[in-house]
Design a protein around this ligand. Structure first.
Ligand code: ADP
Ligand code: MG
Length: 279
């Protein structure tokens, strides 16, 4: 398994029913195996960008390339996880984990792959349990195992842990990062939780709203992500908070406000090209 390279070329998007452009002039490159966070206030276009990257919606302008192939529709080479794990309640844990393989015509691999994936997410003992008997965090682990079973090259996450309690959220954040690193998968995470971005990603792309534009790309260089109380972690978080606040235009208080209209006319211009130097 190897992570894919992703490139976004001049992507803009306007929803047919949208009053305003949702995304403007997005240019971004993601390295194979990198963990990248997309952050910004509610309504700035994070989910729209994730949906465009994963082929769920076509942008009104621009292109997305994954390993040099133009993205035109979803593919089994990449998977998207949402806040709701969307499991089948009448199936066991193992049956749910097998679904990704079944849908991609790889049923022959179920017998070996499913136990491997259950081990990876530490749910081996739950294989034959009904998913309804599991906690929210365990259900997200089942969804993760199902996503990983077909060996995707990119894992897209759209605020997948926001419904979980802080303790469960923290352990899933660390586990998903560790698993993605171990398997070499490219990880692209949408979140409005800055601590989550710092815990999981090596870079955070900060978006401003109306229309969604890249305002800043903040590197998150941490030697270890196991201890969240280090001065290094606080510093990284502080830098990201400053960039976020700057992009939100009116400070962190704007996070809880409805997206419509906010951020308009603050006159802040995006900084030059957001495309990082190729390495
Ligand atoms: P985020 O994920 O950052 O909260 P979204 O990508 O969901 O933001 O939304 C970006 C903007 O596009 C918002 O103004 C939102 O209202 C609008 N929008 C999102 N989905 C649709 C849709 N299906 N039709 C019309 N407008 C939409
Ligand atoms: Mg969203």
């Amino acid at each position: 398994m190897k992570g894919a390279h992703l490139a976004i070329e001049k992507v803009s998007h306007t929803y047919r029913r949208g009053r305003q452009q949702a995304l403007a002039d997005i240019e971004l490159e993601v390295k194979p195996g990198e963990a990248l966070a997309l952050v910004g206030r509610s309504g700035c276009g994070k989910s729209t960008l994730l949906h465009i990257m994963s082929g769920l919606i076509a942008p009104t302008a621009g292109k997305v390339w994954i390993d040099g192939m133009k993205v035109e529709e979803p593919s089994p080479s990449w998977v998207v996880m949402f806040q709701q794990p969307s499991l089948y309640p009448w199936m066991t844990v193992a049956q749910n984990v097998a679904l990704g393989l079944r849908f991609t015509g790889r049923s022959g691999e179920i017998a070996t792959r499913v136990p491997e994936m259950l081990k990876l997410v530490e749910l081996t003992d739950y294989a034959d349990r009904n998913v309804q008997d599991l906690s929210g965090g365990q259900q997200q682990r089942v969804a993760l195992a199902r996503s990983l079973a077909p060996s995707p090259e990119i894992l897209f996450l759209d605020e997948p842990f926001s419904a979980l309690d802080a303790f469960t959220r923290g352990s899933l954040q660390r586990d998903v990062r560790r698993i993605a690193k171990d398997l070499g998968i490219t990880l692209i995470l949408v979140t409005h939780d800055l601590a989550e971005a710092v815990t999981m990603a090596e870079r955070a792309v900060v978006l401003s709203a109306n229309p969604g534009r890249i305002r800043e790309i903040v590197p998150i260089d941490l030697e270890s992500r196991d201890d969240l109380r280090t001065p290094e972690y606080a510093k990284a978080r502080g830098r990201l908070a400053a960039a976020y606040e700057n992009a939100a235009g009116r400070g962190l208080a704007a996070v809880s406000e409805p997206p419509s209209g906010a951020g308009e006319g603050h006159g802040i211009q995006p900084r030059g090209s957001a495309l990082p130097a190729a390495q």
